[in-house]
Design a protein around this ligand. Structure first.
Ligand code: CTP
Ligand code: ZN
Length: 154
């Protein structure tokens, strides 16, 4: 089917998070701390046909750019996402999210007796065994976390 219309309109200034793994648009909204009571236009598109992904979600946030922690969290859920910075209607920067092979400080280990959950401040550290489906392995206790475990923390 040929595309005749835009799914959602272009934005003037802000960030477009495109190619989000379908099903995760609302998780991205939560990661960004968008409550629905904040100002600024936010548009969400779900299950939009995509050439590469079959279907994808898109989130557009006007008047806002993302910090690196937000981008890292999005990478855990949507390893194919692209972050487009828009200024005066133009894409001035396009960043493909990238999961590093070692992840520090974004998620906590699910094992309560892991040393990274003790009172001593030891930063959580995980190895990315698999990006999709997500599989993180704790450096300290070997406990394996999946996407659903990470999602509970966002
Ligand atoms: N976009 C937008 N408002 C603008 C400019 C772009 O909402 N003023 C959106 C586009 O609709 C698209 C994304 O930002 O979802 C990236 O724009 P662009 O790079 O022009 O699109 P593509 O070339 O299709 O991107 P890609 O190659 O990453 O698929
Ligand atoms: Zn652990």
């Amino acid at each position: 089917m040929a595309r005749k219309t835009l799914w959602v309109s272009k934005i003037k200034d802000g960030t477009v998070i495109d190619h989000i793994t379908s099903g995760h648009a609302l998780d991205v909204i939560r990661i960004l701390g968008i409550t629905g009571r904040s100002k600024g236009v936010v548009t969400v598109a779900m299950n939009v046909p995509s050439k590469n992904l079959g279907v994808k979600d898109i989130v557009k946030v006007e008047g806002r750019e993302l910090n690196s922690k937000e981008v890292d969290k999005i990478a855990l859920l949507a390893p194919h996402a692209s972050i487009n910075i828009i200024r005066d209607y133009k894409v001035v920067e396009k960043q493909l999210v990238k999961l590093p092979s070692v992840i520090r400080g974004i998620v906590r280990c699910a094992n309560p007796s892991c040393i990274s959950n003790s009172d001593e401040p030891v930063e959580a550290k995980f190895y990315v065994d698999c990006e999709e489906p997500l599989r993180l392995r704790c450096h300290y206790c070997g406990c394996v976390m999946e996407k659903a475990d990470a999602l509970k923390q966002f």
